[in-house]
Design a protein around this ligand. Structure first.
Ligand SMILES: Nc1ncnc2c1ncn2[C@@H]1O[C@H](COP(=O)(O)OP(=O)(O)OP(=O)(O)O)[C@@H](O)[C@H]1O
Length: 293
């Protein structure tokens, strides 16, 4: 039998262990939040670059390669100073979410891009109608946050649920918003009448400014851009400055499904057990953020 003194000392010995576990759990949660925030391809590549540089720095230090070590040291300092500038859009959105008390949306798995089956179906239906009716359209699907400064004009903010009728209404030629592009962010219509940067490439002769704008925005960001030609009704998908065209709606659906369906293989930073756990806690039905529709 343990006396009260032994019991107390046992409890005291247990306390640091519990605090350590809590400490590590908090660090784990923090890392998970950071991974959720930086999962976008562009950011992942930047971080890989940074890790490679850091690895080279430590290796050069270990091997006594003083000149290389000196240069890498300066580069790393430069990179550290540039980080807030490079990640400005991500940091801004993170702080905005924190300020709005939406911290729990960061815990949801597959947050960026947050696939919404209905939204994708609505989008494809709209593209089909736009193409059949030969209504020109330009739809940018954001992947990682697009810096407003890249846009010639950020257009009119909408923050509305993405629906076929709304897209058709926006692009209908007689409306005020039909000129320019629609920006889709987190599967909501973020803004309309957006003027995109133009590509400096010369596209095929029959393609005009709408297609060049699609190439322009996808050259400078990892966004995807759908173009419906007013002249021919043909559908194109721009990615990394290249146009795939002409596509049928089925081919477009296949290309988008490959990227956004939930059954796609997990990305580098998805932690399966945690993802399952957070999916149970935050089911997809509650995943839309934003206010007015
Ligand atoms: N930089 C831009 N950003 C957003 N939209 C643009 C931009 N430039 C042009 N557009 C849209 O494209 C329309 C003009 O399309 P234009 O006929 O020049 O292009 P196109 O590539 O030939 O397309 P289409 O086959 O539909 O005629 C504009 O009315 C405008 O809505």
């Amino acid at each position: 039998m343990n006396g009260p003194l032994e019991q107390l000392s046992g409890e005291l010995a247990l306390r640091p262990l519990i605090i350590s576990i809590l400490d590590w759990a908090a660090v784990g949660l923090l890392l998970y939040l950071a991974f959720q925030l930086i999962r976008q391809t562009r950011t992942v590549w930047l971080i890989r670059g940074f890790l490679i540089l850091s690895g080279a720095f430590f290796l050069s230090n270990l091997l006594g390669l003083t000149t290389l070590n000196f240069i890498l040291d300066k580069i790393l300092i430069g990179v550290a100073v540039a980080v807030p500038v490079i990640f400005q859009p991500e940091l801004r959105r993170f702080l905005e979410q924190l300020g709005r008390g939406e911290i729990f949306t960061l815990l949801k798995p597959d947050r960026v891009p947050d696939f919404e089956k209905e939204a994708l179906d609505e989008l494809l239906d709209a593209v089909q109608d736009l193409s059949e009716e030969r209504i020109g359209a330009l739809i940018v699907i954001e992947q990682s946050p697009i810096d407003d400064r890249l846009l010639q004009d950020p257009g009119d903010t909408m923050d509305a649920v993405l629906s076929k009728s709304l897209l058709l209404t926006i692009f209908y030629p007689k409306t005020r918003l039909h000129d320019g592009a629609v920006l889709v962010r987190d599967w909501r219509i973020q803004s309309a009448s957006v003027i995109l940067p133009m590509s400096t490439q010369i596209p095929a002769r029959q393609l005009g400014t709408r297609h060049r704008a699609a190439m322009g925005i996808t050259e400078q960001t990892d966004a995807l851009c759908i173009v419906v030609s007013e002249e021919t009704g043909s559908i194109s998908l721009a990615e990394r400055g290249k146009l795939q065209r002409p596509l049928t709606v089925e081919q477009l659906a296949e290309a988008l499904n490959r990227r956004y369906r939930r059954d796609q293989p997990p990305s580098v930073f998805t932690i399966p057990a945690l993802s399952d756990w957070t999916r149970k806690l935050f089911p997809a039905s509650s995943s839309q953020s934003g206010n007015s529709d």
